[in-house]
Every structure is written in structure tokens, then in C-alpha cells.
Design a protein around this ligand. Sequence first.
Ligand SMILES: [Zn+2]
Length: 92
Amino acid sequence: MSDPETRPEPIAAPRSETRPEPREDPTDEVARRVAEEAEQRLGDIEHALARLDDGSYGHCEVCGRPIEPEHLAERPSARRCALHVSAKNAEN
Ligand SMILES: [Zn+2]
């Protein structure tokens, strides 16, 4: 009982006709931001790994003093001590 003539043709709803192209999808923007942030974090981590290699990891890039352990624990990729981490944001 598989006569193709008796099978009703599936009617596809013409939805795509009235639907506009989602050019400015807000989720695109969010995805882009998330990707950018992830890339930045990855860069930070790679930088931290490079500093682990040359032995400067855990020391402030500005004053060269050891970064506070609690600061490093909170943000392992930190490049500056608590004193200079805010100065970085002000400069850039
Ligand atoms: Zn410092």
C-alpha cells in the first residue's frame, strides 16, 4: 500500500515570503562580543604563559613587584599589581 498517487502532497507554509532577512540579529552582536571577550582572555592567558616561561609571571609589568597572591588567584592572567591594574584602565 504505497501508491504515490494516493499520498497527499505535503503543503509547505509560505512563511519565508513575509519574513524579512534577519540582518541585524541582536544575538549576532552578543555572539560577537562573547567571541571578542574570549579572544582577549585567551590572549591574556597566552601572555601569562609566555611570562611563566621567561620567569616574569606573577610580577607587575609596571613596578616589577610581586602581584598579590589573592589578586592572582582571582585573575591568574593579571599582569599588574593591585596598585597599577587600575592605572592601566585609566591610561588605555
Ligand atoms: Zn605595580
